[in-house]
Design a binder for this molecule. Structure first.
Ligand code: SF4
Ligand code: SF4
Length: 84
C-alpha cells in the first residue's frame, strides 16, 4: 500500500487495482498443464486417468493434452510417474 500510494495520484487509481487475493485467484484459474515431449515415455498412465478424455496418445506415442478439453484437474500431473 505504501509503495502504491507513492506512485498513484488518487484513491480511485488504487481502487482499480487487483488485491493480492484477486491476483492469486486469477493465477489459479489460468494454470495450464502440458506434457514435456522430451520426458514423456508414453506409458499411457495419464491418458487412462484423465477424467475429461483430454490426453491424446498411445503406445509409443508421445502424449499431448488437448487444452480445449482439459478441465485443469491436475490428475495427470499426479499420475505421471516421478521418474518420467
Ligand atoms: S489436468 Fe486433468 S483434465 Fe487436464 S489433461 Fe490432466 S488429467 Fe486431463
Ligand atoms: S504419465 Fe507421464 S510418461 Fe506416462 S504417458 Fe503420461 S506424460 Fe507420458
Amino acid at each position: 500500500n505504501e509503495k502504491l500510494a507513492s506512485r498513484l495520484q488518487s484513491h480511485e487509481d488504487r481502487e482499480r487495482l487487483f488485491t493480492r487475493e484477486e491476483i492469486d485467484q486469477l493465477f489459479s484459474e489460468v494454470v495450464s498443464y502440458y506434457i514435456d515431449p522430451e520426458k514423456c515415455q508414453a506409458c499411457m498412465t495419464c491418458a487412462k486417468r484423465c477424467p475429461a478424455d483430454a490426453i491424446d496418445g498411445g503406445k509409443n506415442r508421445i502424449h499431448v493434452i488437448d487444452q480445449d478439453k482439459c478441465i485443469k484437474c491436475g490428475t495427470c500431473f499426479e499420475a505421471c510417474p516421478p521418474r518420467f
